[in-house]
Ligand binder design. Structure first.
Ligand code: SF4
Ligand code: FES
Length: 137
């Protein structure tokens, strides 16, 4: 039987940020983007008062695994003709702005944001599942 999903909540007067630890791929985008809010050296690691709601919402939209979300808000997928490719040091390759992936069965899946594993150890290969964070690659 699989373990129940853990969802942590962090609220200010306007928004509630949700974080699903099992879904986090440790890209570090949140830590680098808003270090005053997301800081692993602190407990709890999210200080919702560290930035404006607007700044936090903008950052949460960028979480490639959707481990971070805003309660009750479904972000519209970006309609973007330019695709951005980002190599995360010791982590995945993240594509934003749309990518169509063809699997071994020749089936295609479109992702607006997708993280590909570079360490070869992901349980969801070719997608990153955060395993890389257990040992540097
Ligand atoms: S996957 Fe999301 S929550 Fe996890 S480190 Fe990256 S930006 Fe932060
Ligand atoms: S790069 Fe994330 S699991 Fe391989």
């Amino acid at each position: 039987m699989s373990e129940p999903a853990i969802v942590k909540e962090y609220s200010n007067d306007e928004i509630t940020v949700l974080w699903k630890p099992q879904q986090c791929i440790h890209s570090g985008i949140c830590l680098r983007g808003l270090p005053q809010v997301f800081d692993l050296k602190r407990k709890p690691w999210v200080d919702i008062k560290g930035a404006s709601s607007e700044e936090i919402v903008k950052l949460v939209k960028d979480c490639p695994s959707k481990a971070l979300s805003i309660k009750g808000v479904k972000f519209k997928e970006v309609d973007n003709s330019s695709t951005e490719v980002n190599l995360i040091p010791h982590g995945p390759l993240i594509i934003r702005g749309g990518a169509t992936v063809k699997d071994r069965k020749d089936e295609t899946v479109h992702h607006e944001t997708v993280s590909f594993c570079r360490c070869g150890r992901s349980g969801k290969y070719p997608y990153c599942d955060g395993t890389h964070a257990q040992k540097k690659i």
